[in-house]
Design a protein around this ligand. Structure first.
Ligand code: COA
Length: 260
């Protein structure tokens, strides 16, 4: 499959998606959002892909936001549809993937860029990264889940301030806030992501998928995450991975998970 705005590289179970519009600081236009949806869908269906990493090309930006030039003249109806379609197609879609998704934030992650990073299962950043939701400086609010996921990740008060002031925080502040898990140099960002992905891949992919679902259900309206946990926990007992994991432990050897 040929993409115009993204690159995909696969290596030993890790698939890396690079958003590749460096001249526009990797801003998310419609075509890029559609390509990302297709790529995530393909990788989710690919049994050989155990972890997905997403980053931006160049050394300046992860993603500098939704492409402002595309929506500057939208009507109320078009604006609403933009947010709805984008959330369904990319942001909610990524959050609910059963394959773990790590965002490697390599520079500016603003607006839709930070929203994309927040939709990933967790984030790491390079020390030049800058993050924020500057939408109110454009007369609009975050529309790709930012008003919901930022308070979930850093708490309501900090999120309110960041959104109202439209200001950016640096990587160290983002780590202090719990927005990113690790900060490293630009050179070490992808190696660190690969190291973490390697640790994830040693574990049962079936159990990891179940854990993602249970954790996500904590944040869903009308769904009791504890119930999901009970259900998914029980389900694990019927998997080959559980048999292998427990047998390997009792036999004092490393498990070799079949992933089923
Ligand atoms: N949408 C569309 N184009 C964007 C963009 C966005 N969100 N962010 C950056 N670009 C484009 C710029 O228009 C410029 O294109 P040009 O060279 O054709 O003029 C190019 O990317 C480089 O950006 P530039 O602003 O020249 O870089 P900078 O280093 O001076 O500033 C930023 C970097 C990130 C501070 C600045 O680009 C910016 O504020 N971007 C918008 C951030 C934003 O509000 N995002 C939320 C959108 S809802």
């Amino acid at each position: 499959m040929n993409f115009e705005n993204i690159l995909i590289e696969k290596n030993n179970g890790l698939a890396t998606i690079t958003i590749n519009r460096p001249k526009k600081l990797n801003a998310l236009n419609k075509a890029t959002i559609e390509e990302l949806h297709t790529a995530f869908e393909m990788l989710e269906d690919d049994a050989a892909t155990k972890v997905i990493l997403i980053t931006g090309s160049g050394d300046k930006a992860f993603v500098a936001g939704a492409d402002i030039s595309e929506f500057a003249h939208f009507s109320v109806k078009e604006g609403g549809l933009l947010a709805k379609k984008g959330q369904e197609m990319l942001f909610d879609f990524v959050e609910n993937l059963s394959t773990p998704v790590i965002a490697a934030v390599n520079g500016f992650a603003l607006g839709g860029g930070l929203e994309l990073a927040m939709a990933c299962h967790f984030r790491i950043a390079s020390d030049n990264a800058k993050m924020g939701l500057p939408e109110v400086s454009l007369g609009v609010i975050p529309g790709y889940g930012g008003t919901q996921r930022l308070p979930q990740l850093i708490g309501k008060g900090k999120a309110m301030e960041l959104i109202m002031t439209a200001s950016m925080i640096n990587a160290a502040e983002a780590k202090e806030y719990g927005l990113v898990n690790h900060v490293t140099t630009q050179e070490e960002l992808i190696p660190l992501a690969e190291k973490i992905a390697g640790k994830i891949m040693n574990n049962s992919s079936v159990a990891i998928s179940a854990a993602i679902k249970a954790v996500n259900d904590n944040f869903k309206d009308g769904i009791n995450g504890f119930d999901t946990e009970i259900y998914e926990f029980g389900n694990c007992f019927g998997t080959d991975d559980f048999k292998e994991g427990t047998t390997a432990f009792l036999e004092k050897r490393k498990p070799n998970f079949p992933g089923a």
